[in-house]
Design a protein around this ligand. Structure first.
Ligand code: SF4
Length: 106
C-alpha cells in the first residue's frame, strides 16, 4: 500500500486527469477498439509525459499509460484482435499461353 501511495503522490495535486472520470478497466481492455478509446482519453491529459515516463520506468506489463499501449512490457502501436490471423490468400496464376495446362482448361 505504501508503494501505491508513493506512485500516486505526483498525481494527487492534479484532479484534471481524464482517466479519473473513466472506468479503469477501459485502460486494460481486451477489445482493440476500447484500447484505442483509452488512448484518446489520455490525449488531453496534462500528465501524459510523466505518466508514460513512469510506466516505462516501472516496466508496466500491460495497459494504456500516457496514451501508449503496453503489452508484455513493450510499447506497441495497436492491439491485435483475438483469434487466428487471416490466412494469406494465394494469388491466382493463369497458365501461360501455349502451355499444356492452358489447353486443358480451355
Ligand atoms: S496519461 Fe496517465 S494519468 Fe493521464 S489520463 Fe492517461 S492514464 Fe490517466
Amino acid at each position: 500500500m505504501t508503494l501505491l501511495l508513493e506512485l500516486m503522490a505526483p498525481f494527487e495535486a492534479h484532479t484534471d486527469m481524464p482517466c479519473t472520470d473513466e472506468d479503469p478497466e477501459l485502460f486494460f481492455a481486451e477489445s482493440p477498439s476500447d484500447i484505442e478509446l483509452a488512448k484518446l482519453v489520455c490525449g488531453p491529459c496534462p500528465l501524459k509525459q510523466e505518466c508514460l515516463a513512469g510506466a516505462l520506468q516501472r516496466r508496466e506489463p500491460h495497459g494504456v499509460w500516457g496514451g501508449q499501449l503496453f503489452i508484455a512490457g513493450e510499447v506497441v502501436a495497436r492491439k491485435r484482435p483475438r483469434g487466428r490471423p487471416r490466412k494469406v490468400v494465394e494469388p491466382v496464376v493463369e497458365p501461360a499461353v501455349g502451355s499444356p495446362a492452358r489447353e486443358v482448361a480451355a
